[in-house]
Design a protein around this ligand. Sequence first.
Ligand code: ARG
Ligand code: GLU
Length: 720
Amino acid sequence: MKRTLSTIITVIIFGGILRADEGMWIPALLQRNEAEMQAMGMKITADDIYSINHSSMKDAVVLFGGGCTGEIVSDQGLLLTNHHCGYGWIQRHSTVEHDYLTDGFWAMTMEEELPCPGLTVTMLKNMVDVTDKVLEGVTDQTTDEERAQLVKENIKKLVEETEKTTEYKVTVESFYQGNQYFLMYNEIFKDIRMVGAPPSNIGKFGGDTDNWVWPRHTGDFSIFRVYVDKDGKPAEYSEDNVPYKPDYHFTISLKGVEKDDFTFVFGYPARTNEYLPSVAVNQEANVIYPVVVDLRTQILDIYNKYQEKDAKVRIQYASKHAGLGNGWKKWMGVIEGIRSFKGIEKKRAFETAYNDWCMQARNRMKYMHALRDFTPVYEEYEKYRMATTYMTEAGFSIELISYAASFAELGEVTKDTPQEEIDNIISSLKAETKAFFKDYYQPIDEEVAVTMLEAYRAAQPEDFRPEILNEIDKKYKGDVKAYVDYLFKKSIFTSEENVNKLLDGFKPAKAKKLMKDPAIVAYNSMYEFYRDNVKDKSKECNDRINNLRRVYMEGQMKMIPEVYPERNLYPDANFTLRVTYGKVGGFKPKDAVTYRHFTTLDGIMQKENPDIYDYVVTDRLHELYDAKDYGRYADKDGSMHVAFIAGNHTTGGNSGSPILNAEGQLLGLNFDRTWEGTMSDLVYDPSICKNISVDIRYVLFLIDKYAGCTRLIDEMTIAE
Ligand code: ARG
Ligand code: GLU
C-alpha cells in the first residue's frame, strides 16, 4: 500500500504534461519542474533554488510571523515583507505622538531599529519524504480509526527520534490529504527588529477599496532585520545580539519586467482546496461565505462610521478593520468567481468523468464510494458549521465578550490553586488588559453587540442556540438593545481601572463572583452551547470528511493523469514552502476590458484624493513625481513602475513572497491576487487568476529617494 502511493506520486508528476501557471510545487521535488521552468525562460537550475548540500535561495525565504513570507536581501539579515504583514507591529509601535502608521518609520541607524518581542521568523533547513515511516503498519484492511491512531503514533515516534539528532524544530506535515508526508527541519529566529515602513498612504495606498483589485498602486512593503546571538544562533532579544549573517541573500534586479517574462514566487502559501467535491465547494461558496460576508458588512459599516469621525478611533480600529475587511472582500470575490466561472458545474462534470473512470475496474469502487459519501456528511455538517460561524463571526465579534473570555481561567481558580499559577495568570491578564484598552472604543462595541446579537438570534433556531439568546427573548422581551445596555453597564470589563483593581486585589474567594460578570456569562453561554452541542459533532463530520478526502484524493491521483493528462497535480497549500511560476501579463476581466500588466506613479496621481484618507498623496511624493526624480529606479520608458501582475498561483501566506526573474533576482514582493481570480483557492482559471506584486524599483525608490534611508540601499546587492 505505502509503496504504491509513492509510486503513484512519481508516475503522476513525471507522467503528466505540465501546464504552466497552476500549481504550488514542493521545493525539494523541484527537479521535476525544472525542464518546464527552463522551457518557459528560467536560466537557473532547480538546485539553485533549493538545495540542502550548498547555500541556495531557500536560505533567504522565511515564514514571517505566523502567516506571511519574507526574504533576506543583505548579508546583514535585512528582511523585506509586505506593509500589511508588518502592519500589526507598525501599529503596536505607534501612538498619537509617534504615529508610524500615518507618517512611516525609518531607522536611520541600527540602534534605532525597534525590537518586536513575540515576532519570529522561521527558516526551512531541510525536508525529507517520510511517507513510508508515517504509514508503517497501514494496510488495505486498516480502518480509518486505526489508521489515524497509527499515523499519530508513527509521527510522534519519528519527531521524538529526530529531535534527539538536531537542534532544529521538527514537524511532520501531511501532503495530498494524508497520501504523502514530509519531515521538516526549521530554524526559528526570535529577535526581529522593525527597520522601516512607508506611511500608510503609500504602504496601504488605496486601502480596503483597492484591496484585491487591479489596477493597483500600493507600496506594500516594510523592512525588518533578523538578529542572532554572538555565535550566530537564534536567541531571544538582547542588546548584545548582532545582525544575522545568512547563507544566501537575494540580488535585486533593476531591470523590471516585460510582458511574457518568466517569473517565480517562492513562499509560504497557507491553504488551498483544489480537490474538493462539488458539494463542498457549493457549501463553501453558497452557504457559509454569504453569511460571513453579510455579518462582516454590518460590522465594517459600524467601524467606518466611527473611524471617519475620530482620528484616535481610526488608529485604534485600523488593524481590526483591515483584518475583517480582507476576508470579507475576498469571499465576495470567491462567490462571484465560482458563479461566473461555473466552478460548481465544472466540478460536477469532472465528477461524472471520475465516476465513469471508477466504473471501469472493480478495485476502483472505494474511490467511487468516497465521492458519493461526501453528500450526506456535508448535509449534516451544515448545521454545525452554521452554529460555529455565528458563534465566532457574530458572538465573538463583540470585543467585550472575547476579552472577558480570557478571564474565565481566573474565574476557575480555587483556594487550592498554587499562588505562583495565579500570579502568572494575573500578569498575562494585565498585559492583555493594557493592549485591549489601548485599542478599545466602547460605542463601536455596543453597536456591534446589538447588531450581531440580533443577527445571531434571527438566524439560529430557538432549540439550537446559546441560552443567552433565549434569555433575551424571555427577560428582555426580545429587546436586544435593552440586554446590551445591561451587559455594558453591569460588566466590569468596560473599565480598565476596575479590571486592574480586580487583578491587583484578586483572591480565590472572588473567583465565583467574577464568573457572574454578565460578559463572562455571555461568553460561557455561547461557548458551552458550542462545547455541548456542536464541537464533537463538527469534529465527527470533519473527521469523516477528511477520511473521504484522503481516499478521493488517492482516486484523483490515479484518475487525472489517465483522463486529463494535461492537468497539473500538486498538493494543496498547507503552510509549507512552495515554488510557483508563471509569466508576466495582463488579462481581460470582462467584456471589452483589457488590463495591462503594470501600473505607474501616474496612476497614483490620478487616484489622488486629499479628502479620502487612503488616497492622500504626500507633498514629498508630489515633489519627486514633478521632478521625475527617480534616479536609477526609473523604467526604461522613463516612468516609475509601481506594481505588476503575473500568472503565479499564490494564496494567503504568499504575502511578502519574493517574485523572482529568470536569473533568480528579486523583481518585487507578492502582496495580493486580482479579485476576479480569488476563487483560485478552490478552482483555478489561468485566464483571470493573477498575482499582484509591488515592483522592487518602487520599493527602493521609496527607501532611497523618498525616505533618504540610503544606509539600507548600501547593504543590498543590486544588479543594474
Ligand atoms: N489582500 C491582501 C491579503 O490577503 C492584502 C491585505 C491587506 N490590505 C488591506 N488593504 N487590507 O493579505
Ligand atoms: N495578501 C495575501 C496574504 O496576506 C496574499 C493575497 C492572496 O491571498 O493571494 O498572504
